[in-house]
Design a protein around this ligand. Structure first.
Ligand SMILES: Cc1ncc(COP(=O)(O)O)c(C=O)c1O
Length: 331
């Protein structure tokens, strides 16, 4: 791997001082600091992107097509990786729902890696993708598109491996819950399949272990739609990596309590959560991804009356977006 892919888990010792859901109820909060992964401002996309690029090279591809919105962390990280590795690349980026193109720190960063950028909307997205593919193929380059069915397993694998890392860091008492942001569902699918593989391996050794419930907090799609994608990604992964024991099924849930109307929509409570978390921990949560799922995690704890639990929140990164929205967060 071209990047050191491991991140620390930090106990938030003062959580009970400033988060209502961790006051006087025995809940303890830990944060998996994916935002500290050491490349391009960190985040889950560093794992996904690194695995994608390795996979592209392994498959003999000569060009990468990246695709995402103007706020996309994937576009930022993968464009920077391709730039560092001098791997030809083209970025396809979508307009917002209202047809405008927004300017974010991510957008500025990925647009300035020296690669062509094509803007699209929902109507011409497919046509433009085909044109980009055809242009590379005309140059004799085999194309790697990150959302092709045969690219997905590599990305899922990155979080199958991250699950192992988490279990190794949990200490003597396993986590009761893992909360993680669910966008496309690739990262979440990796944790689920990772849990199954881990439990199956322990079972083979005669060990019956307790596992955390993995809660995917959907921040854009409805829970039903998110579930369909998780199923699809899991199937694609399992086709290449069959389950060791098909009786072992991950303990998971997709939670829609943080959706707030869809991608990019947040409210004053999300911003206030980002503000107090930063003020008390120095960890930046952005209101599009991690801030929204942190808000949802608190809601989930209240709704389900969770007490006496060891809870891991996966901070999936997005430092540029934290800075982007800093004025709103600290208004
Ligand atoms: C910061 C951050 N967290 C979480 C996610 C969700 O990851 P996935 O799309 O794999 O569900 C994303 C995806 O865009 C992201 O950028």
């Amino acid at each position: 791997m071209t990047v050191n892919l491991s991140s620390p888990i930090e106990k938030i010792k003062n959580a009970s001082d400033f988060i209502e859901e961790f006051k006087n109820n025995g809940n303890t909060l830990y944060v998996k600091r994916e935002d500290l992964l050491p490349f391009c401002f960190g985040g889950n996309k560093v794992r996904l992107g690194t695995y994608y690029l390795e996979d592209a090279k392994k498959k003999g591809c000569g060009a990468m097509v990246i695709h995402g919105s103007g706020t996309s962390n994937m576009c930022r990280v993968l464009a920077a990786l391709c730039s560092r590795e001098q791997f030809p690349c083209h970025i396809l980026t979508n307009a917002e729902d209202d047809g405008t193109y927004i300017q974010t720190c991510n957008n500025v960063l990925f647009s300035n890696c020296g690669f062509p950028v094509t803007y699209c909307d929902q109507y011409d997205e497919e046509e433009k993708l085909q044109r980009i593919r055809a242009d590379f193929e005309a140059k004799g380059l085999k194309v790697y598109y990150i959302y092709d069915d045969d690219s997905i397993p590599a990305a899922v694998q990155s979080y199958v491996d991250a699950y192992k890392e988490i279990t190794g860091q949990a200490g003597d008492t396993p986590f009761d819950y893992i909360f993680i942001t669910l966008g496309t569902g690739i990262t979440f699918s990796g944790l689920l399949r990772g849990q199954e593989d881990y439990v199956a391996a322990q079972k083979e050794k005669g060990k019956d272990i307790k596992v955390p419930r993995i809660v995917g907090v959907t921040i854009s799609r409805t829970t039903e739609r998110a579930g369909e994608f998780v199923k699809k990604y899991s199937t694609l992964y399992r086709k290449e990596n069959p389950a060791v024991d098909s009786n072992v099924v991950a303990d998971f849930e997709i939670y829609g309590g943080g959706r707030l109307g869809g991608y990019g929509v947040f409210d004053d409570d999300v911003l206030a959560g980002c503000r107090t978390f930063y003020g008390n921990t120095g960890i930046g949560l952005d209101p599009i991804y991690s801030g929204k799922s942190f808000y949802a995690m608190k809601k989930y704890i209240r709704e389900n009356n969770i007490t006496e639990k060891k809870i891991l929140f996966v901070q999936t990164g997005s430092a540029p977006l934290f800075l982007n929205y800093a004025e709103k967060i600290f208004k």
